[in-house]
Design a protein around this ligand. Structure first.
Ligand code: CAA
Length: 258
């Protein structure tokens, strides 16, 4: 399918989704969000990992589209936020691991997009933040909640109240990004991470993601019950049989995802 504001490139089991609207620093307007949603729903079953990045050389995503939001009503704002929430939840709930390759500005909705991915890596020139209060609003695509879960309540309040833009090193220091790479090493690094995880059982990674995601919002006992269920379910898979047999036979496992 042809998209106007995004690009989807397939490299075997890896899909690279690029938000590609560089004239507006890849800002998320409704059309871009709708394209993102379609692309996420239409990912081929052969895709086992997704990298999300920004087109052009300046931005990952500079936020939700301010020009589109400037004159909308409260009811329309609710709809716009609902669209963003739905798309980012779709991304978050994909059964495959997702990586944000933050190659420039990741502000507002851009930072929120990165936060909806499983792992975030940044280039040295990345700048991250939630500057919405400088526009007289608050983050509307899950940022207040996902940022709080990643960096803690007090740091999240500091970032949201000040709207401060963090450089990549500071973002790493507070745990908002995992690692900082020279710009030309960012995608190769993300692909190397994908290379590592593709060697492992896809069903196991998918269960691990589900259990970590849902468990993080529950108390420890309920969360551990989720883990027990996920652990047990995998013993009905061919991947478990192959993974353990391969270990005992001292050879690499050939996982099929069944
Ligand atoms: N929405 C719409 N257009 C945007 C945009 C955005 N979020 N960010 C940048 N652009 C546009 C600019 O308007 C400009 O367009 P023109 O060339 O037509 O004038 C173009 O992209 C280039 O931007 P700048 O000239 O501003 O580039 P710069 O290098 O001087 O500054 C920047 C870069 C610091 C990222 C600056 O563009 C900026 O501050 N952008 C807005 C960041 C922001 O506030 N994001 C939060 C949006 S609100 C939100 O996201 C709500 C939510 O949670 C749902």
């Amino acid at each position: 399918m042809a998209y106007e504001n995004i690009r989807l490139d397939l490299e075997d089991a890896l899909a690279i989704l690029t938000i590609d609207r560089p004239k507006a620093l890849n800002a998320l307007n409704s059309k871009t969000l709708q394209e993102l949603e379609s692309a996420l729903h239409a990912l081929p079953a052969t895709v086992r990992a997704l990298i999300v990045t920004g087109g052009g050389d300046k931005a990952f995503v500079a936020g939700a589209d301010i020009a589109e939001m400037a004159s909308i009503s409260a009811a329309q704002a609710r709809e716009f936020a609902a669209l963003g929430h739905r798309v980012f939840q779709t991304l978050e709930q994909l059964a495959i691991p997702t990586i944000a390759a933050v190659n420039g500005f990741a502000l507002g909705g851009g930072c929120e997009l990165a936060l909806a991915c499983d792992l975030i890596y940044a280039s040295e020139k990345a700048k991250l933040g939630l500057p919405e209060v400088s526009l007289g609003v608050i983050p509307g695509f899950g940022g207040t909640q996902r940022l709080t879960r990643v960096v803690g309540k007090m740091r999240a309040k500091e970032l949201v109240f000040t709207g401060e833009r963090l450089d990549a090193a500071k973002a790493k220091e507070i745990g908002l990004v995992l690692d900082v790479l020279p710009a030309d090493q960012l995608l190769p690094h993300c692909k190397a991470v994908v290379g590592k995880l593709l060697k492992n059982g896809p069903l196991a990674i998918s269960q691990a993601k589900r259990v970590i995601e849902y468990g993080a919002d529950q108390d420890l006992r309920a969360a551990n019950e989720l883990e027990r269920q996920g652990f047990a379910v995998l013993f009905g898979s061919e991947d478990q049989k192959e993974g353990m047999k391969a270990f005992l036979e001292k050879r690499p496992a050939a996982f099929t995802g069944r």
